[in-house]
Design a binder for this molecule. Structure first.
Ligand SMILES: Cc1cc2nc3c(=O)[nH]c(=O)nc-3n(C[C@H](O)[C@H](O)[C@H](O)COP(=O)(O)OP(=O)(O)OC[C@H]3O[C@@H](n4cnc5c(N)ncnc54)[C@H](O)[C@@H]3O)c2cc1C
Ligand SMILES: NC(=O)c1ccc[n+]([C@@H]2O[C@H](COP(=O)([O-])OP(=O)(O)OC[C@H]3O[C@@H](n4cnc5c(N)ncnc54)[C@H](O)[C@@H]3O)[C@@H](O)[C@H]2O)c1
Length: 443
């Protein structure tokens, strides 16, 4: 059995960044990836980048199948770049195979050439997450069922697409498929639409999505899924308790993703997993086994590529720095839902501020008041921010409008660096841009 200084299981965002960093320090690294179609991880191959490419091409008016072709070219290029980024390093080996723990520090890898065993001085688990398929009678067996990966590999556009789940994937794919021309129905058991958001925001978002042709059925309970030759029928109880049904030629399951720990052999180790299947870690991301860490989606919590990347920074701080950058250092994580237009947020919502008895003033600006929105011919949306009335520090912002996925990062920087709203208000911005909205939003 070979002893290795660093073993990384899974080619995810945090893991690959760590592998490169270690290689630059001449440290030996073994990166184990179970699929040669996944070099570079979930984000570049089957998640963020392909979905955003398809979303952009839908807005460009491209045909769905042509867009899929272009998306495949992009992911193949990125996959190859990612592979070489690591494999071309002299101290890194990328091993094709599925890894499994046989004890706390020993890994067995099922490769095309048989089982190989390695002992890792340090082991980093970066195996991501997998879609949750609800235990609804007939769902798993339905030949019309897709997860987000399969939805982006279709050879024809769904005519009638039913999406279960109105979360990130549900809403982004609903808007995208509606723009390509599918009839989209979204079912969610929650009766509140995007429940984290303030009502003045969620109402406009829902209205805009409905104007794209998307139908929502909220507060429902799905009873069963039945297949016929050419479609599936989902039978459900609506919010009034009435029995209803909807037919679709595809069903997209978008009801969350759970940490990918099932086949990792963790039962052979002392590594603890919580009730959501996530690996338990301390503030340095170390598991309860010394020198074994978990990175990204597999450790539970927020599932974003930039969180996995930041996990790398935490591990770097512990192994090569002063250990002061930890999970506790991380605050105010921004996010964007790439619907049409995008919804982006950081910090507190008004609902949350009220709930915690935090004093705030509300600043609101309709996107239609921003010259660049008129120029871009898309005046939908509203920008909203909460500011501390005494210190003028920004407490949070919800930006619903074009380019909000760029703007939110400025607000996030201001919050983290304690730059008051008055500075953003008085800043000179280029014109015409969406950023100059801050001159008016923070008046
Ligand atoms: C459709 C979709 C869209 C998304 N859009 C966004 C977005 O716009 N922005 C954003 O920030 N986030 C987005 N996300 C979330 C984001 O993709 C994930 O949070 C992120 O990719 C997680 O990365 P990771 O580092 O945890 O590992 P991953 O990138 O998931 O890597 C895990 C790797 O481990 C491999 N693996 C698993 N088990 C084993 C094993 N036993 N042995 C060897 N290899 C193994 C897998 O094949 C995989 O390559 C999206 C997710 C989805 C599904
Ligand atoms: N733009 C982005 O950053 C982006 C985009 C896509 C995905 N992601 C990541 O991927 C993760 C997974 O996305 P997701 O959309 O699958 O999960 P999600 O947690 O965002 O949404 C799941 C939805 O399913 C609904 N649901 C749960 N059980 C249900 C039931 N029995 N019947 C009907 N509806 C039910 C929930 O109410 C919720 O609305 C997200 O948490 C996110 O972190 C991020």
């Amino acid at each position: 059995m070979q002893k290795i200084k660093n073993i990384i299981i899974g080619f995810g965002k945090g893991g690959k960044t760590l592998a490169k960093f270690l290689a630059q320090r001449d440290e030996e690294v073994l990166v184990i990836e179970k699929s040669n179609q996944m070099y570079g991880g979930t984000c570049i191959n089957i998640a963020c980048l392909p979905s955003k490419r398809l979303i952009i091409e839908a807005a460009n008016g491209l045909d769905f199948i042509d867009a899929i072709g272009g998306k495949n070219e992009m992911t193949s290029l990125l996959r190859s770049k990612n592979y070489h980024m690591l494999a071309d390093e002299k101290t890194v080996t990328v091993l094709d195979g599925e890894a499994k723990f046989v004890d706390d520090h020993i890994i067995e890898v099922k490769t095309a050439n048989g089982i190989e065993k390695y002992e890792g001085e340090r082991i980093f688990i970066n195996t991501g997450a997998v879609p949750v398929i609800l235990p609804i009678p007939g769902l798993k067996e339905s030949k019309f069922l897709l997860d987000s990966t399969a939805a982006m590999e279709q050879t024809s556009l769904p005519k009638n697409l039913i999406i279960i789940g109105a979360g990130y994937i549900g809403l982004e794919f609903a808007a995208m498929f509606a723009k390509y021309g599918s009839n989209v129905t979204v079912l969610d058991h929650n009766s509140d639409f995007i429940p984290r958001e303030d009502e003045d925001i969620s109402k406009v978002v829902k209205k805009d999505l409905e104007e794209l042709g998307i139908k929502f059925e909220l507060g429902i309970e799905i009873e069963k899924v039945e297949d016929t030759d050419d479609h599936a029928t989902i039978v459900y109880k609506n919010s009034a308790g009435e029995k209803k049904q909807v037919d679709g030629d595809r069903i997209l399951a978008a009801t969350g993703r759970r940490p990918n720990t099932e086949n990792l052999g963790l039962e052979n180790t002392n590594i603890k997993v919580n009730k959501w299947d996530a690996i338990e870690v301390n503030k340095h991301l170390e598991t309860n086994v010394h020198n074994v860490w978990a990175i990204g989606d597999v450790k539970g919590g927020l599932q974003f590529t930039y969180i996995s990347l930041d996990d790398f920074r935490i591990i770097k701080s512990q192994l090569f720095g002063n250990g002061q950058y930890t999970l506790e250092s991380r605050k105010n994580i921004p996010y964007s839902v790439f619907i049409d237009p995008a919804l982006s947020e950081v910090g507190l919502t008004e609902k949350e501020a009220k709930k915690h008895g935090i004093e705030y003033e509300v600043h609101k600006l309709p996107v239609a008041a921003i010259p660049k929105a008129q120029v871009a011919k898309d005046t939908r949306g509203v920008f909203k921010a909460l500011v501390d009335p005494q210190t003028k520090q920004i407490l949070g912002a919800t930006l619903y409008g074009i380019e909000s996925y760029e703007l939110i990062n400025t607000i996030s920087l201001a919050i983290n660096q304690k730059i008051p709203a008055t500075v953003l208000r008085d800043q000179i911005y280029t014109h015409p841009t969406m950023s100059e909205a801050f001159n008016d939003l923070f008046k």
